[in-house]
Design a protein around this ligand. Sequence first.
Ligand code: ATP
Length: 306
Amino acid sequence: MPPAEVLRIEELTKVYGRKRALDGVSFTVREGDVFGFLGPNGAGKTTTIRIVLGLIRATSGRVFLFGKRRRGAALAALARLGAVVEIPRFYPYLSGRGNLEVLAMLSGVRSREAVDRVLAVVRLEEAADDPVRTYSQGMRQRLGIAQALLADPELVLLDEPTNGLDPHGVQEMREMIAELNRERGITFVISSHQLLEIEQICNRVAILRKGRLLVTGDVDRILSTETVIHRLVVDDVERAAAALGDRFPREEGPALRIRTSRDRVPEAVEALVRAGVRVREVVPERLTLEEYFLRVTEGSEVDLGR
Ligand code: ATP
């Protein structure tokens, strides 16, 4: 059985005046995912997360949390969900612990151990009693995550968790998310426009641009050789290109590089052999998720090899 769905959004649209911030976006997050919600600035990531949390209303579309349609605030579902949206705000003169105690009280978390537990998880025990105004950006981000973990959620939404962090802070954030996912089974949705920073920890992604969904699915599948460019090493590039015609889109450049699914490679080779071209090698060029992201968000078409 496939893992349960923890979040599904269907045909989400949000219009601000004359601007479509979101335009018919649909995707599904499953239990155990570290789901990368990606797109350049202004793509609509924050808008989506705010709608999921019930902070703003969608113009149209549906949100399902834990298999149930979320209408209004849907507190029962929200209790199973933690989130950090934009820059987490804290009382600067209270300590990290003090802030968490206030937040725990406000959100009805009664267990006294909860605050200590989350401080340990985000490795802020030592600085727990220092005022938040003395915290670095990375420490504030971690305190934000601690707050999101207070109620022991099953799903955590993090909006740009690596914003403003130095490479070391980014690394720590990545490790923490991976660990919480692995050891506590928490499902994450992480929005980012800095793909490289979270690429290694996401198993699935949705990529947005200008309010539209460009692609969603398993990272491995998206990046599999099925979906990418194949470089053909042939003895006569001109003749080979003519033999392939329009059936296989060609990449710019002197070498013969075509975009195709793996399934259609034999068809390409056959066409070449029929035209008397000798094929020495077919080399799939696996993209990194970063390259893929730049490609789709910069607007060139991508053959997903479906
Ligand atoms: P970033 O990475 O910069 O946070 P994002 O992908 O989160 O970008 P959103 O903040 O969701 O993008 O914004 C999507 C679009 O909606 C942008 O063009 C933005 O200007 C617009 N927008 C967001 N909030 C409002 C609002 N309250 N009123 C009008 N337009 C808005």
